[in-house]
Design a protein around this ligand. Structure first.
Ligand code: NDP
Length: 303
């Protein structure tokens, strides 16, 4: 089997590889750097523990309507674990028997672990974000003031993580007000003692935002060069740092604006690495070499 190849459902139906297989499913999936990250970690782990020598991670392109069949086949073929990316994270929730309690409020799973009866679902994206913020920017979510941009799937996962880790306040901004209001309503039961507010990105200066907040971009504005800025950083009272979940391109217009204001800033590659590391820990039941995963991710991105 070729770890650089992109496999299909037909390949999966004929799968007969001995050893422990892992997979990432997405649509599209060709550009995923997860196989490079995970296989680099497994190579390092097998040098210490020969049991990992027959572990290997593959990518499969699976359209959403084929997800139920793919998950059934992966289970039947004894794949130890599966990562899910766009558009499968929400769809999979209805197709698995067990879900980690921490992932339930997110309503999405990115990691599945083989159990005899079914798959158990986890969401490691929030852990990845918290770890990336700590590693790149020295930010701990507990007690922090966070300005979170976006109201899609990534924003929801990030918001749940912020509230579960005890931020002091969480300020959500989104282009479409109705999507913002829907997310605020879903989050309200989780807020506890935290201040939870929404604001329009165009009215940031009048929103009563706290000084020293960490800005996290969870919108897809910045994926394309022509995209508008999701927020004018100059309208915020002394932000502390800016984290953009986008990692390709490495520097979005938001990150360039942060650097122009001399703010600490980082892209989402560290989040990707740490969500992957946590998934591998779930599958292997032990520690994993995060630096090897980070080095492989940087190499795969040509950095
Ligand atoms: P969704 O499609 O679910 O949500 C997109 C969000 O972006 C919505 O809030 C949408 O606002 C907003 N948006 C889109 N275009 C614009 C624009 N031109 N201006 C302002 N806002 C805009 O996507 P996801 O939540 O799944 O993903 C969001 C981003 O997070 C992606 O770039 C993705 O690559 C990144 N990500 C990174 C990860 C990592 O590991 N680093 C992990 C997961 C995601 P509206 O409601 O108005 O449509």
């Amino acid at each position: 089997m070729d770890t650089a190849a992109t496999y299909s459902l037909a390949d999966l139906a004929a799968w007969s590889r001995p050893g422990v297989s892992l997979a990432v499913l997405g649509f599209p999936i060709k550009h995923s750097i997860s196989p490079a990250m995970h296989n680099a970690a497994l190579a390092e782990m097998s040098a210490q523990a020969p049991a990992f020598a027959d572990w290997c991670y593959f990518r499969f392109e699976v359209p959403p309507e084929e997800l139920p069949r793919a998950l059934a086949l992966l289970h039947e073929k004894n794949f130890r674990g599966v990562n899910l990316t766009l558009p499968h994270k929400i769809l999979a929730v209805a197709q698995i028997a067990a879900i980690d309690p921490a992932a339930r409020p997110v309503g999405a799973v990115n990691t599945l672990h083989w159990r005899a009866d079914s798959w158990e679902g986890f969401n490691t994206d929030g852990y990845g974000l918290a770890s990336g913020l700590r590693e790149d920017l020295g930010v701990e979510l507990a007690g922090a003031d966070v300005i979170l941009l976006g109201a899609g799937g990534a924003a929801r996962g990030a918001a749940v993580e912020c509230l579960q880790r005890g931020v002091r306040s969480l300020w959500l901004a989104n282009r479409t007000r109705a999507n913002l209001d829907a997310l605020l309503a879903q989050l309200a039961p989780l807020a506890g003692a935290a201040t939870l507010r929404g604001f329009s990105p165009a009215e940031a200066a009048a929103a009563g935002l706290p000084a020293g907040a960490v800005v996290v971009n969870a919108t897809s504005a910045g994926l394309k060069a022509a995209d508008p800025l999701p927020l004018d950083l100059a309208a915020l009272p002394s932000p502390r740092a800016v984290y953009d979940m986008i990692y390709n391109p490495a520097e979005t217009a938001l990150l360039a604006a942060a650097r122009a204001l001399r703010l600490p800033a980082a892209n989402g590659l560290s989040m990707l690495v740490h969500q992957g590391a946590r998934a591998l820990e779930i599958w292997t039941g032990g520690p994993v070499p995060v630096p090897a995963m980070a080095a492989a991710a940087r190499a795969a991105m040509g950095r």
